[in-house]
Write a protein that binds this ligand. Sequence first.
Ligand code: GLU
Length: 275
Amino acid sequence: MIVTRFAPSPTGFLHLGHAFSAFNAWRRAREAGGRFLLRLEDIDPGRCRPEYAAAIQQDLSWLGLDWDGLVRVQSEHLAEYRAALDTLAEQGLVYPCFCTRAEVAREVSASAAAPHGPDGAPLYPGTCRRLSPNEGAERIAAGERFALRLDMAAALRPGLCFEEEGQGRIACHPERFGDVVLSRKDAPASYHLCVTHDDALQGVTLVTRGEDLKPATDLHRLLQELMGWPAPVYAHHRLLVDAAGQRLAKRDRAVTLRSLRADGVSAQTIIDRFS
Ligand code: GLU
C-alpha cells in the first residue's frame, strides 16, 4: 500500500508552495487508496511555535486535505531519536563536536580552499574528529555543550543509490555534506536524522517533497543504510514561484493560505491551480 506524508516545520503559516506539496502527497495517496500522513517537524525549539502547528492543521482542513491517523509531532519523540543516535554511536560513526560557529568560521577562513556542501556552506573542517575519546569524555563530563557529527569517512557506503520516480536510480554522494550535524547543541536531533527515522517508522513508501530537498536525499539514503531502515521511493516536485520567478517563502505574507482565505479566495481555486 502506498503511504505518503506531508512533513512541514511549524515555523510560519503555510503558503501556496506548502499547499502544493501537501496536495501532491495527499493526491498520490488518495488516488491509490493508500494512506496520507501529517507529521510536524518541530524539533528546532528556536524556530517552531505551537500556534503555527495548530494553524497548519486548520489550513490543511480548509483546503480539504484530510490525513490518516494521528499527527506525529516530532518533539514528543525525542527519546526515539536519541536511541537512533546511540545506535550510530555504538558503531563508532558519530563524535562530539564542541566548536562554536565562530570557531568553525575561523578555521575555515584560515584554509586556502575549504570545500563547500550542497547548501553552499563550507564543510566542517573536522577539528573535533581529531580529539581523543578521553578528551571528548572529559569535556562532556565538565558540562561543555556539544553537537554530534557523523564521521562521514567512516560512515560512507559505496554504490548507494536512491529511486527517483520517473528517473530510476540516482547515485548518492553523501560525502558532499562532510561531517554533518545529527544532534545540535540547542536541539537534541537534526532534521536529517528525524526525517529518515520517521519515514521508516511510519512506513512511508513514497516521499513527495520539493526539489530543493533533493540533494539531502543522498544523506537520507546513507542514514537509512546505516540504520537498516527501508528506502522509500522519492518524487521531488517543482517549486512554485511568484510572478517575478522567485521561490515562494514563508516571510512573504501575501501568499499564505490565511491571507488568501481572508481575501475571499476559495480552497477550490487554489486546488484547481495545482491540477
Ligand atoms: N520539514 C521539512 C521542511 O519543512 C520537510 C521535510 C521533508 O519533506 O522531507 O522543509
